[in-house]
Design a protein around this ligand. Structure first.
Ligand code: NAP
Length: 465
């Protein structure tokens, strides 16, 4: 640790059956601030037995929780929404300290959590069933929605609390109980999230927090016969492993995985608007979003003009510690991620790419900083155009037509988010159908989400074994 620690060290324990627990010989792991490399705090690393205990307690709580009338379940979420507002600043600061995104983004994310709690409270009243005409006399058919039991929610570090809120609040309102395994990088943010639910009076065992190694905790949850559902957001590799493990006990599984998102810019596009959308989508959260734009597919005739505008906007972005006002690009989450970004940039240059902005670590700031980087002269088959980087790196690919642009867009194993900038209704409409992508934006960047609508990818049908 290079710098002096200037704040109180935080400590996270496991939350099982309504109590913060630890064993006398509990081991702990560290949470480091990527902006300063200082210690933020330590957090309990759960053993397999503790994971099993959490599942057992969640299972025991299920029989009562599922029978509580929905408006009463909703009342806990409504209360939590208020407490999230009260503790917004505190939670947002810890999020920024743990994973580096700038404070305005963290504050916005906590706002999403409150809004999700309110939305899900109302959603409870809409768990409608159906009545269906029967095929036989003297028979009535009705279909009703039932909870499943214990849901295991496994979440990544880039959105420490909002992704958790989508999973946990929807599971709870429907009558399931939850065991939550957050990413290790943001275990202390998770602790505050659970403290808020605890403050809201949630009955014991309904929500349990298990921190610790992904392979130990995640694997135990995936193989546990009493876990009925896995809801996972994270990397494609881990998602695939979880799907395989879960199949052994025939669990339901929901996977939100990686992306290699593109912004298509046609020759009739409003280039100012396109440049703004590209820079925001590529470099917000330091490019560490599943929906981050990492490819620009641009008509050759407007490429020079567009790149000039994108570079100008990028160079004006202020890099630095997310806790300091005015900074727009924080550090990468850890040293591994910084090394990964550096390797991808090196490979891009070896394959003929030309850096037009950035391309270096920012060492003088002390943390894991890398300049927002733009690389042109990239071919659609280059590594940098195919693999998810999860960092502030944007590849520029030139094409000669809409058709070629769409072929390049669809030419990866991913299919999460595509944006198109054009004034043509014809091409906008075609793109919304032809992009093999769960989300298609028209004259807007790739990186957004909307409450209450589907958010997912189409990559399942593209990936080969
Ligand atoms: P990750 O390495 O897959 O980790 C995600 C979660 O899985 C963490 O809680 C992690 O715990 C746990 N985990 C790790 N190995 C595991 C294993 N073998 N079995 C079970 N669980 C395991 O992903 P990440 O680096 O945190 O997040 C970045 C990825 O998430 C990117 O690919 C990004 O595109 C994707 N993402 C997708 C969406 C979407 O909605 N599509 C949204 C956000 C992020 P530890 O932290 O303890 O390792």
């Amino acid at each position: 640790m290079t710098n002096q620690i200037k704040h109180k060290i935080l400590q996270g324990e496991l939350y099982i059956n309504g109590k913060w627990v630890s064993e006398p010989d509990q081991s702990y792991f560290e949470s480091l601030n990527p902006a300063t490399r200082e210690l933020v705090g330590i957090c309990a690393a759960a053993t397999r037995e503790q994971v099993n205990d959490a599942v057992e307690k969640a299972n025991a709580a299920y029989s009562q929780w599922k029978n509580i009338p929905i408006p009463e379940r909703a009342a806990y979420l409504t209360k939590a929404a208020q407490v999230f507002e009260t503790r917004k600043e505190e939670l947002a600061r810890v999020m920024t300290m743990e994973m580096g995104k700038v404070l305005t983004e963290s504050l916005g994310e906590v706002g999403v959590v409150s809004a999700t709690a309110q939305y899900m409270s109302g959603e409870g009243r809409r768990l409608f069933g159906e009545t269906v005409p029967a095929g036989f006399p003297d028979r009535n058919v009705r279909m009703v929605r039932e909870p499943l039991g214990v849901a295991a929610c496994i979440t990544p570090w880039n959105f420490p609390v909002s992704l958790a809120s989508y999973k946990i609040f929807s599971a709870l309102i429907a009558g399931n109980t939850v065991v939550w395994k957050p990413a290790s990088e943001v275990a202390l943010s998770a602790k505050i999230f659970v403290e808020i639910l605890d403050e809201s009076g949630l009955p014991a065992g309904v929500l349990n927090l298990i921190t610790g190694s992904g392979s130990t905790v995640g694997r135990t949850l995936a193989l546990h016969p009493d876990v009925k559902l896995i809801s996972f957001t994270g990397s494609t590799e881990v998602g695939q492993q979880l799907a395989e493990m879960s199949s052994k006990t025939l669990k339901r599984i929901s996977l939100e995985l990686g992306g290699k998102n593109a912004v298509i810019v046609l020759k009739d596009a409003d280039l100012e608007k396109a440049a703004d959308g590209i820079v925001k989508s590529a470099f917000t959260t330091t490019g560490q979003r599943c929906t981050a734009a990492s490819r620009v597919i641009v008509d050759r005739s407007v490429k020079e003009q567009l790149v000039q505008k994108v570079v100008q906007l990028t160079k004006s972005m202020k890099i630095g510690n997310g806790l300091e006002a005015g900074n727009q690009v924080g550090p990468l989450v850890n040293a591994d991620q910084l090394n990964t970004v550096e390797k991808y940039v090196k490979t891009a240059i070896e394959q003929g790419g030309k850096i037009v902005s950035g391309g270096q670590r920012v060492t003088e700031l002390g943390g894991y900083y890398y300049e927002p980087t733009i690389i042109e002269n990239v071919k659609p088959s280059d590594v940098i155009a195919q693999e998810e980087i999860f960092g502030p790196v944007l590849a520029i690919i030139e094409v000669d037509s809409y058709e070629e642009a769409m072929e390049v867009n669809n030419g990866t194993i991913y299919g999460l988010s595509t944006a198109i900038y054009t004034e043509s209704l014809h091409y906008a409409n075609r793109a919304s159908k032809e992009a093999v992508s769960g989300l298609v934006y028209i004259n807007n960047g790739t990186s957004n989400a909307e409450m209450g609508v589907a958010f997912g990818d189409e990559n399942v049908r593209k990936r080969r074994p």
